[in-house]
Each structure stands twice: as C-alpha cells, then as structure tokens.
Design a protein around this ligand. Sequence first.
Ligand code: NAD
Length: 432
Amino acid sequence: MSSTATDKATIQDTPGLRMLQTAQSHLDDAAELLQLNPNIHRILRNCDRSLKVSLPVEMDDGSIEVYTGYRVQHTSVRGPCKGGVRYHADVTIEEVTALAQLMTWKCAVLDLPYSGAKGGICVSPQNLSESELRRLTRRYTYAILPIIGPRKDIPAPDVNTDERMMAWMSDTYSTFMGSARQEIVTGKPLSLGGSAGRADATGLGVAIIAESTMRRYGTAIEDATVVIQGFGKVGYWSAHYLEQDGCQVIAVSDVSGGYYNPKGLDIKGMLDYAKTSATRTLEGYEMEGVTKISNEELLLLECDVLIPAALEDQITALNADQIRAKYVVEGANGPTSATADKILHERGIMVAPDILANSGGVTVSYFEWVQGLQAFLWDLKEVRKHMFRFMDNAFNQVCEMSEHRQVSLRQGAFMLGVSRVADAVEQRGLFP
Ligand code: NAD
C-alpha cells in the first residue's frame, strides 16, 4: 500500500516529533531517578486517546477547504483532561501528543485535579477571515464533541487561539447539549463566564517563577536584564510584569524578528504598535536606540533571564553552547531539546522548566472552571491570592526536590509530577 503525502508529512523529522522525543526522554529520566515501576512507566509513555478529525469548511468565496484537527488525551487518572487548542501550520499529531503529556506533568506539579490533553488544527489562521475562523472552530468543536465535556476534557486557548475561539466553542457545545455549558472551556470572555486574571495569568506566572528563581539563586531582580522570544499572550505579559517589578527588558521578538535596545524597550508602546499594525505584529517597528536583529541572534544575547515564549525546539544542540543567559525560564512548551537541556545544565545555566514556569495559565483556568461549576464568580484579589499560593508551593517543592536529589530543576519538576501521577495510577489499579 502506498503512503499518502499526509502520511509522509507526519513521519518525517519535524519540530513536533523532536518535541515528543524530548518529552519522552524527560519522562524516562524521571522514571529512572524515581526507580518507577516499569509497568506504570509503560502506561505513562502512552496516551489514552488520540482523535484525528477532518474539518470541511466553507470559505468566504464559496469554495470548500478541508483541514485536519487533533485532540489527544494523555490520561484521565488524576481528573478530567485539560489543555489548550493550537492553530498553526506546523501542527502534527506528534506535537499535540507531546503537549498533552506535558499538560499531565504540569497539572501534577501544580497539584491541580486534572490530567493532560491538547488539541490543534493544522492551519495558517492569518490567512482566514473572522467568519472562516468561526466556522472552522465550530466544526472542530462538533468533531471532538464526543470526547470533550466539563467533567471529561476542558479545552483552552494556546498559540493563535484566544477568547473569541473559546466563546464559539462554548456556544457550539452548549447548542448541542441544549443548555448553557460554559464550563466546557476556559479562557472565555468575562461576559461569558471567564475568570478575572485569566488573560495575563501565564505571563504573570512566568514572571513569578523568573523572580522566585532569581531570588532563590542569588540574582538581584532590580535591573536584571531580560530577553523574550515571542510577543503574544505569554511573551507580552511576562515582559509587562518583569518590567513593572524593575527588570530591564532589553529584547523581544515575534514572527517578524527581534528588537533590541540595551537600555530597555518600551513594552507598552510596542504592544500598542503591534495591535494597530496591518499584520498585528511588530513588523516595521522603529524607535531610537532599537536595533532590528534576527530571532537566532536574540536567543544568543547576554542577559540575566532568557524567556523563550513562542514555539518548541528553539534552544537545541546547535545553539545551546552559545546561550549567554544566567537563567532560562520556559514560557513556551518544549522550547529546549533534551540535548540542549543537558548542555545548559553542564554550563551552569539554570532552566526553570515549562511544566513549572508557564503553569500560571492552567492554574487560573482551574479557578475559572471551579467558578463555572459553582456558578459563583471570584474577584481578581481572590484569584491572585490562590494563584500565588499554588505557584509558590509548586516552586518550593520543585526546588526542594532538585536540591535534595541534586538534579536540575527540570528533573526535579518531572520527578514531582511523574511521582504524583504514578501514585494515582497505582491507587486506582488497572481496569478490568
Ligand atoms: P500567541 O499566539 O499568543 O503568541 C505567540 C508569539 O510567538 C507571537 O508573538 C508570534 O509572533 C511569536 N512567534 C511565532 N513564531 C515565532 C518564531 N519563529 N520566532 C519568534 N517568535 C515567534 O501564543 P501564546 O499563547 O503566547 O503561546 C506561546 C507559547 O506559550 C506556546 O508554546 C504555548 O504552548 C505556551 N503556553 C501558552 C499558554 C497560554 O495560556 N496561552 C499557557 C502555557 C503555555
């Protein structure tokens, strides 16, 4: 039987495949350090359910395009599945699988009553109109409807998705159920049961972990220099909060490239520029003292904190030995390959791993879900109080594990997350 172009596309070496290999190797490493029961290790290496869906969508000109979407549920052992939905041309089943697994470990590190899932559609959303995006989102929601639900699997925004898509998903699900079921997704608009403090939660969480890491390992926060790759939901808010707390954000980038000023950038001014530019990016941004650099150059700038907050597989064996940051704080999921991770560790560069550093988003998503189930809304003060508590606990527990076992923060985080999930698998026992 001859394989199709799509089959070939999914088996070739992609960033998604490399990310899956990296995620698996972190699990294997933690399993070895924990001396995990091999049967449980084997269960955790696999996903409970992977759904591939075909999405025919009527375009504005009357033609029909067919997109491919995925929803992968790693496990439901610690509670309903939870994870974002990504719209990107590079989405593959391997990438979504890796992201679903990372969600499991992240929820366990934060001790949230969730397991991991992820979804994605292989599409370039910038080429679609608002109404085409709405039809695509509704068709995707319909296609994954049999496996999602407020007690089964709760989607959220990720790369190139936001509260608009969550509103359409919530409406589509509620229409099919015949009653208001807004708690089906998180990251919704406030007027539809969204939570105070959700929009900036991931970036705020990245800033909390960056500052906690600096404080614990002896770097002054005041005037610490920060470089951020990605200027979206995570990158912008990380920059905003670190700048607010006295750090100097000296470089940021997006798809259009990098912008560098050793004296510090005007973060709010850059956001205002991107919001009103034709491409909704920093393309064409100019300011006195700001030099345009490439994304590759940006990663190699000398700084205290480097925050990759765009896509996976950015710090690899090709550039890890040239990184000149004291700390790497992973805003993105899977931005560092397994080989690069070892190189950074050997070079004494401390990495705050994704499953800890970008967990602010899922933590406040959890609060949004709880508020939805109880039909009782909290104010921002309440949200922040609980968010700080969850993140402080997780940070301290990861550091204690890493210091006690003399392993990296990533190994400490994986050991903590994997041991909690393994414990749940053991306690529930195998069906039948
Ligand atoms: P987003 O779509 O809001 O922003 C992505 C940003 O990355 C944009 O500024 C885009 O221009 C930029 N970008 C894309 N390709 C790039 C490249 N090659 N070089 C430099 N910049 C590039 O997405 P987001 O929600 O900010 O997510 C970013 C990362 O954070 C992803 O890895 C995502 O999985 C992770 N994450 C997001 C959340 C969340 O709540 N949104 C939570 C946890 C983790």
